[in-house]
Design a binder for this molecule. Structure first.
Ligand code: GCU
Length: 704
């Protein structure tokens, strides 16, 4: 690291560092809702027990973090391409060489998977249970691990999956008597017993995970490498180690690296299991296994989401803060966890060419989640938060949101809007139901709704496929809206699913109102775009035959002031370009835009129908892929754009729209509005279905 190479980022960090010290000196305990601070009594008592460790913010030495966006030779990382091609590999190599060590590359030769247990009616029908032995070398006496998998019966396959190493044997996570009792080395030093079944049950909540549509895969970490120092004679090390003159290299892999490598082998298995969606696997770990999940996610980009629970030193916490557990202490108590080179930094943290924020940055562009606990000062909650914060520049370089908060959040106030999630909860070191709940919420945001073709696209802002029971939460709503229901079948109205469940909207006889669901950019991603693509699938039910026209989903910026319901736009108050439908012509419903704009005459918006090749004329009982694009005009100029596509084909274009005269009007929301008419009412019940909503910065197009 080049110490004199102070970049703006570093200076900013030092400034924040100073602020923390002052605010901490003023108050010993944050009030409800305030940015988290360690409770004084917790810090004092920890400091009394461990006098050689830092537990008070004011004792943290000044430090300078290496910049994730500056190459080792001092060159600035100019763009995403350079990050990908140069800096990321450079950083990975630094972590291999100086921290975790070097694991064998690629899939081991001869590795086999053997399913030795399969029950499709496990847990009273809630799940399919599988147990699989992964034999790393395929040799009878070679090392192997057992993966226990629970797949939710109710979910559409392949399913998104959480994979987690466990501390006590697979049999400890659930009382299910069919789970094989681990026969391997146990942390207790004793053989696993029937009594130890379910002893970690409270940490897992298998049923809850399944009910949310996720599979759970778990592996006993001792299968891969027993967690004690015996000179690397047991587990996978002796089988794969290449000794030089009978000795291990200073960058030979430690146990954390071996566990992380084992997770990669589980991923190899997932790729071969048709029930598991290998492109939606979240890797999660607690404590030393949280360090492990971070390294697993960094070295193996197949993990789509990486979660660290209370991982602390050598995990998510910044080493340079030396708060709680230090590099020296961890290398002394656990000499087998890291590579030998790491020991050179005992008490010499400032010389490390990396720090743990750069490890977090290695997850980009994938989502990553870090969680801390209030009383777990040993793991340095603030250092974990600061790692996330200082990983942000890499996400920004890639055009993505990171954490998007400046200060540590209050207790129990998860931050989940960008690609970096963080929370600190009440309580001590442990993996709790509360933690799991946050991880599943975060996974819902990133995993649900994006079909395979779009899942790895970085420009996707939001997607929802209505598979989750909590789908409305994805839009930021507290409860399911009225007249709306996620359905997977509806034979009376000739419904056929597009992909699993869809949102059914009902307009009741004698009524107008269908729904009004807003995805607000400010609330969800922190900023309002100037242009956006919005795609959804639309199907009019068999009973759809309204007597007149009405409103459909679209894009808006009403700001609660103007742009709907007879509140005309004047260029400064608000605007909207919702969808519009007219009454059926020859059995087809014409679709278009209903636009409130600065050139509108009278109190109501302009109707611009999608007439290109009549693509906007839609039949009942058929799914259509509807896509809209809006680009805000230069304030005062007639250069705003509205476009429309049906099933991937252009159906409408207008390039002279004046939505605004001031820059403060932007794209505030995607507005899923369904409303029949104005002056007339529905003569019978009408239904329509919406599915697979995607909002993105680039053209989305139909599901492949
Ligand atoms: C110890 C160790 C930590 C580790 C923890 C655990 O406390 O010092 O670094 O995270 O064990 O794995 O439970």
């Amino acid at each position: 690291m080049h110490r004199n190479n102070l970049t703006v980022g570093l200076i900013m960090l030092m400034v924040t560092g100073v602020t923390y010290v002052h605010s901490h000196a003023r108050a010993s305990q944050a009030k409800q809702g305030e940015s988290w601070q360690a409770r004084r009594e917790v810090a004092d008592s920890a400091a009394r027990r461990g006098t050689q460790f830092i537990y008070h913010e004011e004792k943290v030495p000044a430090y300078t973090l290496p910049d994730p966006l500056v190459m080792a030779d001092g060159t600035k990382v100019a763009d995403a391409e350079m990050w990908r091609a140069k800096r990321r590999p450079e950083i990975l190599e630094l972590f291999r060489k100086y921290v975790y060590g070097r694991a064998p590359v690629g899939r081991p030769k001869g590795m086999t998977f053997k399913v030795f247990d399969l029950d499709q009616k496990a847990l009273s029908g809630l799940a399919t249970r599988k147990q699989v032995t992964v034999n790393f070398t395929g040799k009878e006496d070679g090392p192997s691990m057992d993966i226990l998998v629970y797949l939710p019966s109710a979910a559409r396959k392949p399913v998104p999956t959480f994979v987690i190493l466990n501390f006590g044997g697979n049999h400890t996570i659930h009382p299910d008597p069919a789970i094989k009792l681990s026969t391997r080395w146990m942390r207790s030093g004793r053989k696993a017993t029937e009594q130890s079944r379910r002893s970690s049950y409270s940490r897992f909540s298998v049923e809850k995970i399944l009910s949310r549509g996720y599979a759970l895969a778990t592996i006993y970490y001792g299968d891969i490498d027993p967690d004690y120092h015996d000179g690397f004679k047991n587990g996978v090390h002796p089988v794969f180690d290449k000794l030089i003159d009978g000795k291990r290299a200073p960058d030979a892999w430690g146990s954390i690296c071996a566990w992380a490598w084992g997770l990669g082998r589980a991923m190899d298995y997932f790729e071969s299991d048709e029930d598991i969606d290998e492109s939606r696997v979240a890797v999660l770990g607690h404590s030393r296994l949280g360090k492990t999940s971070l390294w697993a996610g960094a070295r193996d980009e197949r993990f789509a989401l990486v979660i660290s629970n209370d991982s602390g030193c050598g995990g998510a916490a910044l080493s340079r803060r030396r708060f709680g557990e230090t590099v020296k202490r961890i290398n002394t108590s656990f000499p087998h966890w890291f590579c030998d080179n790491f020991k050179k930094y005992n008490g010499e943290e400032d010389r490390l060419p990396v720090d743990q924020h750069i490890l977090i940055a290695l997850m980009a562009p994938r989502p990553v989640y870090v969680a801390s606990a209030d009383a777990d000062l040993w793991a340095d909650p603030r250092g974990e938060f600061l790692s996330c914060k200082n990983a942000e520049p890499v996400y920004h370089l890639l055009g993505l949101n990171g954490l998007e908060v400046e200060k540590m959040p209050a207790l129990n106030s998860p931050v989940q809007k960008g690609r970096i999630g963080y929370h600190i909860r009440t309580g001590g070191h442990g993996l709790t139901q509360y933690d799991w709940q946050q991880y599943m919420d975060f996974a819902d945001r990133h995993f649900k709704g994006a079909e395979p073709s779009s899942r790895d696209r970085k420009d996707i802002v939001f997607s929802c496929d209505f598979e989750s029971d909590n789908w409305y939460k994805e839009f930021g709503m507290r409860s399911e809206p009225e007249r709306v229901e996620a359905v997977s079948s509806d034979p009376a109205r000739k419904f056929e699913p597009l992909a699993g469940r869809a949102m059914r909207i009902k307009v009741e006889r004698d009524g107008h109102y269908g729904t009004s669901i807003l995805y607000r950019f400010k609330d969800q991603v922190g900023a309002e775009p100037q242009e956006i693509y919005f795609r959804y699938y639309l199907r009019f039910a068999d009973d759809w035959n309204p007597a007149g026209g009405g409103k459909m989903p679209g894009i808006s910026g009403t700001y609660g002031r103007a742009g709907w319901g007879g509140r005309p736009s004047n260029g400064r108050n608000g605007w909207s370009a919702r969808g519009q439908f007219n009454r059926q012509v020859d059995g087809k419903t014409p679709l278009g835009y209903y636009c409130y704009h600065a050139d509108m005459k009278g109190r109501y918006g302009s109707g611009w129908m999608w007439e290109t090749e009549k693509r906007g004329h839609l039949q009942n009982n058929r799914w259509y892929c509807i896509e809209q694009y809006a680009k805000m005009n230069t304030p005062g100029k007639n250069d705003g754009i509205l476009r429309g596509w049906v099933d991937g084909k252009p159906a409408f274009e207008k390039t002279d729209v004046r939505m605004r005269d001031v820059d403060t009007l932007r794209i505030e929301a995607v507005w899923l509005n369904v409303y029949l008419g104005g002056s007339w009412v529905a003569r019978s019940d009408h239904h329509l279905y919406i599915d697979n909503v995607v909002i993105a910065h680039d053209y989305i197009g139909p599901i492949q």
